[in-house]
Ligand binder design. Structure first.
Ligand code: ADP
Ligand code: MG
Length: 268
């Protein structure tokens, strides 16, 4: 199945544009005082590109993803998928968070097909449920409930649930953040394999600089107060990447230094 997918690699991704987006939030105890979470953020992700966002806690990474997901609206600026403005949530933008957010009362199979049922597409696409369970290696766990899954397996189910909608853009908010280092590395390879087979445009928020270098075409470094893009780094290392190559270490050093200095400016 996996090879079949790779052989018939398709191009499902669409381009994403974020144009001078700002987002202000009311202060918790003084609603009339607005705090900028994002200040004039602009970025373009080409169709089929995999881009990571790295930055300190609170710099607006999740806010940016929520705006792209259509779960919230910008205070100013525009967001577009292809030529269409984002006006609300849509199955064409798949979301996976650090918490897999599976329905605890549904089996893996039912969790994965829930979106199809909600959109009235289950009859038409029911055979795809098996295909997606195989794709993420959960073919033997269809009748298992979430509380019996390891963290890695739960995240695979969450990925399958997002991918079965054939999203044009996949939004990953620290999806591997709660996993142990080994599971994490294995899942990085799986996400890459899925991405290479489908070319879904992917935006990955991560705290892990190695993960960003290992996976992305470009890395966006964000800084806080207010959240903005500090720098965009192109990763030109050939794939599959070697985590212990001198080029990898060099890039990691550069990014760490950037984040360190960015942190200093933020505190000042
Ligand atoms: P990150 O994901 O980079 O850690 P967030 O996007 O979650 O950062 O948050 C960015 C800033 O916006 C933080 O200062 C946070 O407190 C604030 N913020 C996020 N969501 C809300 C909200 N719904 N109401 C008020 N403030 C918020
Ligand atoms: Mg976050």
């Amino acid at each position: 199945m996996v090879t079949a997918l790779a052989e018939h690699a398709v191009n499902e991704g669409a381009s994403l544009r974020v144009i001078e987006v700002t987002k202000d939030f009311p202060t918790p105890d003084r609603a009339e005082v607005l705090v900028p979470a994002l200040a004039s953020v602009s970025l373009t992700v080409a169709a089929g590109e995999l881009v990571s966002i790295v930055g300190p806690s609170g710099c607006g990474k999740s806010t940016l993803l929520r705006l792209i997901a259509g779960l919230d609206f910008p205070s100013s600026g525009e967001l577009r998928i292809g030529s269409e403005a984002i006006t609300g949530p849509s199955a064409e933008r798949g979301l996976v968070f650090q918490d897999p957010n599976l329905f605890p009362w549904l089996t893996v199979r039912k969790n994965i097909q829930a979106g199809l049922i909600a959109r009235g597409m289950w009859q038409e696409k029911r055979q795809e449920v098996d295909e997606y369970m195989r794709l993420v290696g959960l073919e033997n766990f269809g009748n298992t409930y979430p509380h019996h899954l390891s963290g890695g397996m739960a995240q695979r189910a969450a990925l399958a649930r997002a991918l079965i909608n054939h999203p044009k853009v996949l939004l990953l908010d620290e999806p591997l953040g709660a996993l142990d280092a080994f599971t994490r590395m294995r899942l990085q390879d799986e996400v890459l394999r899925l991405w290479q087979a489908r070319r879904t445009t992917t935006l990955l928020v991560t705290h892990d600089i190695d993960e960003a270098i290992y996976m992305s075409d470009r890395i966006i470094i964000m800084t806080s107060h207010p959240g903005r893009i500090e720098r965009v780094i192109e990763v030109t290392l050939a794939r599959p990447r070697q985590r212990n190559s001198p080029e990898f270490f060099q890039l990691r050093g550069e990014i760490l230094e950037l984040l360190h200095f960015a942190g200093q400016t933020a505190v000042r």
